[in-house]
Design a binder for this molecule. Sequence first.
Ligand code: ZN
Length: 242
Amino acid sequence: MRYGIFSDVHSNLEALEAVLEAYRHEVIDQYLCVGDIVGYGADPGSCIASVRTVAGTAVAGNHDWACVGKLSTRYFNPHARAAVEWTAERLTTDEKNYLRTRELIFTDGSIVLVHGTLVEPEAFDYLYDEEDAAATFVELKAKVCFLGHTHLPGFFIRGTTGAVDFRSAGHCECEQSSRYIVNVGSVGQPRDHDPRACYCIFDSSKETIEIKRVKYDVEKARRKILGAGLPVILGERLRTGR
Ligand code: ZN
């Protein structure tokens, strides 16, 4: 089984379409979304529609739940909060129902999906380093956990000694005795200084994981954000990918 796993679309339709087009050149059996379909960008409705069409499963992101009032925006920065309010005003009842009914965790055989961490998924904490990863490894019962939230792609690997190593994006061949936490990065708002959209492919029979990048029309997405009256910085940061 080959999975196309992506996260943090953040209402960036140009980035999402570029990623889905890139996936069409791969053999993918099932698509999975790791949350934050909306927030920041100017196309929440079209992004929800696309993800619903393509993805077998999408778990909840903090922005998805905040936009439907299921999560407080108390810990959101002012730009993120403004985008949540802008998005909430534009979602249809049907779109809100879809976001509201996203679950925190999805498990299927050797894989688990969660937006932030497995320690307390509903808190949407950030998994940044080996120490954060170690805590999620304690909760991980499957071989691989895919997550997003930080918009920083990479692999955390726990071998037989229990030590956790980090490897930045690229290709990973899973070893039998190791477990993996994979941050699949962000489709619509990368923050690792690479403005290209990020996406992941997991081959469960070969046990290989790839994190890939694709260029998209950043200027078009940026212009839409400015035209929509969303905070200017949300468009500007797309240019630098941070
Ligand atoms: Zn996000």
